[in-house]
Design a protein around this ligand. Structure first.
Ligand code: GAR
Length: 219
C-alpha cells in the first residue's frame, strides 16, 4: 500500500507490523497511510503469533500480505525464534512496528533490528512498564495505584523490556469511575492511535535521530 507522496520520488519506508490481537493500532496505521498522515511509507506485511487475531482480517481486507508464526507450532522456543526471524527478514523491512505484539522478541532479532524496531506501550514509561505489564494489566495497575494521568509511549526496542529510547508520549486523564476497559479504550483513542502513526511518519521522513539511549526529533 503506497500513498501519494511516493510520487515525489523518495524511496518509501518498508514497514512490517507485528500483532497478537484485535489490531486497532494496525488499523490506525493503515488509515493513516490511506489519508496521508503517514507519508513515504509502504506497509509490506503483517505477522501475528496468533492465527485467530482479528488483526489478520484487517490486513487481508486491505490487501497487505500477512502470516502467522506461532510458538505453538514449534517444539522449542529456539526453533520458533529462528522461524520468526526468518519470517521477519522475508519481508525485508526498513522498520518493524510492534503493535500489540505480546511475544518476547528473540535477542538476535533485537540486535539485527537495532534502531529499526519500535513498540507501542499503553503507559507513560517509566511508569507501569517492564515484565508483566501488558494490555489490560497496565490499566488495572494504574487504577489500583490511583494515578490521575496515564498515557502511551512509542519507543525503540532494545534488549530490556520497555527500556529503549522514547520517541513520543501522550498523556490521558483518568476519570472518576473508570474501569480498566474504559481507561484502555480512552488511552487507545486519545494517545496510541495518534502517536504510533505519528512516530512512523517521523521515521519515514528522517526526523528521528537516536544517540546515547535517547531520541531527538528533528524539525
Ligand atoms: C495496545 O493497547 C498496546 O498498547 C498493547 O496491546 C494493545 C493491543 O491492542 N501493547 C502492550 O501492552 C505491549 N506491552 P490492538 O491489538 O488493538 O492494537
Amino acid at each position: 500500500m503506497l500513498n501519494s507522496t511516493d510520487a515525489a520520488g523518495r524511496k518509501p519506508l518498508r514497514v512490517l507490523v507485528m500483532v497478537s490481537g484485535g489490531g486497532t493500532n494496525l488499523q490506525a496505521i493503515i488509515d493513516s497511510v490511506g489519508d496521508g498522515r503517514i507519508t513515504n511509507t509502504q506497509l509490506v506485511g503483517v505477522i501475528s503469533n496468533n492465527k485467530n487475531a482479528y488483526a489478520l482480517e484487517r490486513a487481508k481486507e486491505h490487501g497487505i500480505p500477512s502470516m502467522c508464526v506461532s510458538p505453538k507450532d514449534y517444539e522449542t522456543r529456539e526453533i520458533f525464534n529462528t522461524k520468526l526471524l526468518e519470517a521477519v527478514d522475508g519481508f525485508a523491512p526498513d522498520l518493524v512496528v510492534l503493535a500489540g505484539f505480546l511475544v518476547v522478541i528473540p535477542p538476535e532479532m533485537i540486535r539485527r533490528y537495532e534502531d529499526r524496531m519500535i513498540n507501542i506501550h499503553p503507559s507513560l514509561i517509566p511508569s507501569f512498564c517492564g515484565k508483566g505489564y501488558y494490555g489490560l494489566k497496565v490499566h488495572e495497575a494504574a487504577l489500583k495505584r490511583g494515578v490521575k494521568v496515564v498515557g502511551a509511549t512509542v519507543h525503540f526496542v532494545d534488549e530490556g523490556t520497555d527500556t529503549g529510547p522514547i520517541i513520543l508520549q501522550k498523556a490521558v486523564e483518568v476519570q472518576q469511575g473508570d474501569t480498566p476497559e474504559v481507561l484502555q479504550r480512552r488511552v487507545m483513542e486519545q494517545a496510541e492511535w495518534m502517536i504510533l502513526p505519528r512516530a512512523i511518519d517521523l521515521i519515514a521522513n528522517g526526523k528521528v535521530r537516536v544517540a546515547g539511549g535517547r531520541t531527538e526529533i528533528l524539525p
